[in-house]
Design a protein around this ligand. Sequence first.
Ligand SMILES: *Cc1c(COP(=O)(O)O)cnc(C)c1O
Length: 353
Amino acid sequence: MSFFRENIDAMDAYVPGEQPPAGAKVIKLNTNENPYPPSPATLAALGDFDGDALRRYPDAMATAFRQAASHALGVGADWIIPGNGSDDLIMMLARACAAPDRAIAYAVPTFEFYRAQALVEGARRVEVPYGEDFALPVEALAEANAALTFVANPNSPSGTAATVEQLDDLAARLEGVLAIDEAYADFAEQSALPLAKKHENVIVLRTLSKGYSLAGLRLGFAVCGPAIRAGLLKTKAIYNVSATACAVGAAAMADQAHKNANAEKIKASRRRLTESLEALGLRVWPSQANFVMVRPPDGQAEGMYQNLKNRGILVRYFKQPSLQDKLRITVGMDADNAALLGAMAELAGEESD
Ligand SMILES: *Cc1c(COP(=O)(O)O)cnc(C)c1O
């Protein structure tokens, strides 16, 4: 007899991007981390953190953090649910909404963690393929009318984004929950945050991992109304956000100026990187995130990934049918991006020799 449910035995575990050991000399453009440090105010909050607070349990609802987020975003603090990263909120949603007869839908390829959670719950999965242009298949997702629909917007690994109008239309047509994962909202042109107010079935997920340079802190949050909140609080781990994350995250939310300035730098680097990659003959999908999806001219993405890795540059390669000819490249500091472009030009030169 197995220790586990049949669906757990049958599924593969989620494979995170490679994290080389600290101090390793690599240019790391594979997991969409922010290349700039957290704000000085955020680091000061970490330094000032009272160690005695660790003796006690944290505030189960991370109130100080939610108040700072409420102030920064202009939504009520009672509309915010804290998570141990937005991964935690995705798990809470799947546990609350999905079951074998209650489907989870999403367009693919996208963030693999949605599929992992559907498999854990043994939920029926509706995977609608994106076309080569990566336009959100609103019609097919609306028709699927799943208990829980995930849309990563901007999407990963494509970087492309649907408009708020499209998401508004989708929300109106779904009877189930529409979870709009805005992990990359800080680099995007639009946010669907107002839709959480407009539709009781909409929840918007945010994280401090990308825009706020705090992937190691593990802090995310959701914005939703009382109808979704009621269910999520039942699947939430009691103390899912640590006292440290709450205090440091509150300081980070209060310093929007630092986050916005870094986002502007990254968007400018993204524009330059896109132009240079296109000049090298790669196809680059229009990105509203802190990474770009590219296709090398010969479609040999795995070879390019390996050759870059041999030169100490890590990018992300997904060995899947619609992604095997593409790479996802995080926008780094300009020096990192220049090293990447130099290596790519060199590789192209070697090939034509
Ligand atoms: C990075 C990412 C997340 C996870 O964020 P955490 O808050 O670090 O758990 C969620 N969704 C998407 C689409 C992401 O790219």
